[in-house]
Design a protein. Structure first.
Length: 223
């Protein structure tokens, strides 16, 4: 959702609240008129960002009085949440809108290869289920890594180093005619959990892998 549309929707609700307050002392209750409109807008937010993220929007409006009180916290999934402005809230929602599983869930094998995906600073990342463990992939199209093979990527800091560089993510259908470029790495190195050879190794949580995807993307932006 573009910020201008997001801002317009929030302002519509806020203006309704101000109108309610202005006429309430005269015995006029606008809630019966405005509440259905608020519900529709919140349903649209939930459809766009997910129900959990829509709760952050409700908290911004009713708990923080539409942003009058700056807010810093860590949510139940370990994500840093900074809401100082409406644009802060929008950026947080955009970064987390496409994560398809609970971030606190520890990795376990699934029939669906796609564990989670999302966007951070405008760059898409994917976490896939592989037999030995999860793998992370980042779309680096248009960055200085575009087109480079894994042998040219030794300086990229990620768990175990880059082990994939190609124009597709294995297991995902491509609709871009091979015009994108992805790098990836895996979590099946020495000391990592493996269901066959290292059952007492470290099991990386989805939250931890997402956090590393964010960190790698942040480092790309600093090059």
């Amino acid at each position: 959702m573009e910020f201008e549309i997001f801002e317009k929707a929030i302002n519509t609700i806020q203006n309704g609240v101000k109108a309610e307050e202005a006429v309430y002392e005269y015995g006029i209750d606008l809630d019966i008129v405005l509440e259905p409109h608020r519900e529709v807008i919140m349903d649209l937010f939930a459809n766009e960002y997910g129900a959990d993220n829509a709760d952050w929007i409700a908290y911004y409006m009713w708990g923080l009085n539409f942003g009058e009180e700056p807010y810093d916290a860590v949510d139940r999934f370990g994500r840093t949440v900074k809401i100082h402005t409406l644009e802060d809230l929008w950026a947080f929602l955009e970064d987390s809108r496409d994560v398809t599983v609970k971030l606190g869930e520890t990795y376990k094998a699934r029939s669906n290869n796609l564990i989670a995906w999302g966007r951070h600073n405008g760059i898409t990342f994917y976490i896939m289920d592989r037999r030995a463990g999860p793998c992370a992939y980042i779309n680096v199209t248009g960055t200085f890594l575009d087109g480079k093979t894994e042998h040219d990527l030794a300086d990229v800091e990620c768990h175990g180093g880059v082990t994939w560089a190609d124009n597709a993510v294995p297991g995902l259908e491509s609709t871009d005619d091979g015009l994108q470029w992805y790098i990836g790495w895996d979590y099946a190195h020495a000391g990592d959990w493996d269901k066959d050879i290292c059952t007492n190794g470290r099991k990386w949580s989805v939250a931890e892998i997402i956090e590393e995807c964010h960190e790698v993307i942040d480092r790309l932006g600093n090059k």
